[in-house]
Design a protein around this ligand. Structure first.
Ligand code: NAD
Length: 483
């Protein structure tokens, strides 16, 4: 079995195992055993990281784009070489099945490649002048400055990779604070960058008390950009902190994705895709399909088939069995949240067709759960479940389905399955979300923007937007002579 590494912070190019504020335990959620400890940064250590990022910024932003590209690309290659080990460490930290952890790591390398390429492609533009006296109007995207990157545990390498690669490609230095539960995966990613030749201080890595760290880092005049992925509640708090210093802020927040399934959808393939995607990462995915809206004519069959598929999933400790399809939830709090969701079902709020309980074994396991006809105002249908629970609701006409889909303040991903061209045009246009996928679930490719609207946040990562988010627009205009 892969050993869990010693967790260290990275400040100004130096790896530090000692936290000024002590250390915190890291636990394998499949066994509830402590597997390591991570140092907790003190304010003095955060100040050292800020000073390092501040000092590194002018050097890195003035490094020719082709050089930045070469270093970032080399980090992606190292990530590919180390993917097997990194994926195993990820599974130890957060329980994700090996194939999913490996897929995420290889996908992160592709994301880094794409953003590295943007460093070479983004050249600004020349704007035609209005008078003979004007020689040039040049618009460029300048790196915004040192960036604070805050990421959750559910995609411990994809999310830090997107943020680091976007920041570095644009010429920013960065301080990353990954989730408390998944520090080692982020550390192994950072190590790929340092081993690829990234100069000291360009990327810094700290762990510890999230509220103290984010408050301290965001308040610093050094910080010019904050990128946060996590829950809507925390995103709103951090938005206030960033607004106080008028700092650029990209919140990538929660979602409650609807899936509209039309009568004309290819039934078997659709239900198979829905069940597989719903329980990926035990449902702990911001773009997880959670509200299935199914045409009444196929509703009963869909519920039956979906529940049957959910019951066949192999559940277990993925750190000792590669054939496991669904691992534990990331920590005990997630299991308690699922139980709360079930307790809130109440009379007439829906029917538990399968699952509904924690699994009686060590670790934070919860059954894949299917709820038929949950009430529109139930907790399940209005709050992001972020776990292995699906609500399935019948609809009578497509406009009604869109109305239900658009009824929440979330707007991250929305999906639809249909063979009707008319329906797919209508749904693509009328579903309110940052990302709409029709007849598939793949919204996270390196080349396309990933982001939400409403309570799911604003701004996008990956795609060219993932680079532009770390820049600010500058105009340089030159006249022949003073007027
Ligand atoms: P969370 O908001 O509790 O934590 C996310 C990050 O914020 C972690 O690094 C955590 O340490 C930090 N944090 C926690 N409390 C904080 C505080 N008081 N002040 C500052 N920082 C704090 O979210 P979570 O439960 O870890 O992650 C799940 C959430 O993330 C879900 O809502 C999910 O939808 C969302 N998410 C969104 C995306 C996206 O791209 N939109 C991707 C993945 C996850």
């Amino acid at each position: 079995m892969t050993a869990y590494p010693q967790v260290k912070m990275l400040i100004g190019g130096e790896w530090m195992g000692e936290g000024g504020d002590g250390a915190m335990p890291i636990v394998n959620p499949a066994t509830e055993q402590e597997i390591g400890r991570a140092p907790k940064a003190s304010k003095e250590q955060l100040d050292a990281a800020l000073a390092a990022a501040d000092e590194a910024f002018p050097r890195w932003s003035n490094t020719p784009a082709i050089e930045r590209y070469r270093i970032i690309r080399a980090a992606a290659e190292l990530l590919r070489e180390r993917a097997e080990t990194i994926a195993r460490v990820m599974t130890l930290e957060m329980g994700k099945p090996h194939a999913q952890a490996l897929g995420e790591t290889m996908g992160a390398a592709d994301l880094i490649d794409f953003l590295a390429e943007e460093a070479k492609r983004q050249g600004g533009r020349l704007v035609p002048v209005r008078s003979h006296n004007l020689l040039e109007q040049r618009v460029t995207q300048e790196p915004v400055g040192p960036a604070v990157l805050l990421t959750p545990w559910n995609f411990p390498i994809n999310l830090p990779a997107k943020k680091i690669a976007g920041a570095l490609a644009a010429g920013c230095s960065a301080i990353l604070k990954p989730a408390e539960t998944t520090p080692a995966t982020a550390q192994m990613l950072a190590q790929c960058f340092t081993d690829a030749g990234l100069p000291d201080g360009v990327v810094n890595l700290v762990y510890g008390d999230p509220a103290m760290i984010s408050e301290h880092l965001i308040a610093s005049p050094v910080t010019r950009k904050v990128s946060f992925t996590g829950s809507t509640a925390i995103g709103k708090q951090l938005g206030v902190l960033a607004a106080r210093g008028l700092k650029r802020f990209t919140p990538e927040l929660g979602g409650h994705a609807p899936v509209v399934i039309g009568e004309s959808a290819e039934f078997e393939r659709t239900v198979a895709a829905c069940a597989a995607t719903k329980f990926r990462n035990a449902g702990q995915v911001c773009v997880s399909p959670t509200r299935f809206l199914v045409a009444r004519g196929i509703y009963d069959r869909f519920v039956e088939e979906f529940a049957a598929r959910s019951q066949k999933l192999k559940i277990g400790d993925a750190s000792s069995d590669d054939s496991v399809e669904m691992g534990p939830l990331a920590h005990g709090g997630r299991v308690a949240a699922m139980e709360e969701l079930m307790n809130a079902m109440g009379d007439g709020a829906g029917e538990i067709v399968s699952g509904g309980s924690r699994i009686d074994r060590p670790g934070h396991f919860f059954e894949p759960t299917v709820i038929a006809s949950p009430a529109a105002n139930s907790k399940l249908m209005t709050e992001e479940p972020f776990g292995p629970v699906a609500g399935i609701v019948p609809y009578d006409d497509i406009a009604e389905a869109v109305k239900i889909a658009n009824s929440l303040r979330y707007g991250l991903a929305a999906y639809a399955f249909t063979s009707s061209l008319d329906e797919s045009h209508y749904l693509g246009k009328s579903l309110r979300a940052g990302m709409v996928a029709i007849n598939h679930f793949a919204v996270g490719s390196p080349e396309t923007p990933f982001g939400g609207v409403g309570d799911s946040g604003f701004g996008s990562e990956s795609g060219m937007e993932g680079y532009l988010g770390y820049t600010e627009t500058k105009l340089v205009t030159v006249a022949k002579a003073a007027p």
